[in-house]
Ligand binder design. Sequence first.
Ligand code: FES
Length: 145
Amino acid sequence: MYTEKVMDHFQHPRNVGELENPSGMGTVGNAKCGDIMRIYLDIDENQVIRDVKFKTFGCGAAVATSSMATEMVKGKTVQEAMAVTNKAVCEALDGLPPVKVHCSLLAEEAIHAALWDYAQKNGISIEGLEKPKSDISEEEIEEEY
Ligand code: FES
């Protein structure tokens, strides 16, 4: 049911933890399943994501997608990080079962929420970034990846 990459990131998640004094932090939940995701970003003066950590009360797919998403945004500029969509993360994991695709939205939304927090604190705007939702369950998508 799960690809090898999903199992690998679930069993050995990268970037688990928290950051003290993060440049940006975002928390989102999914009221339907009750899972919660928090992302911490450390961003340098050139708007490059130096470090990233995540913490979750989430299912295995949420852990795997967050692990992969954090790996994908590390070292990128905040603008480049916007390209790390849930679709891109799912593809990098060689796919998720359709019923689990919503879990990958948690990772994307938490990163966006952390970027939003960073942008607000620094008075900058990030192209394409919208005010984050705190609950993603209302916008779940049914697409398959
Ligand atoms: Fe809730 Fe996966 S079941 S995030």
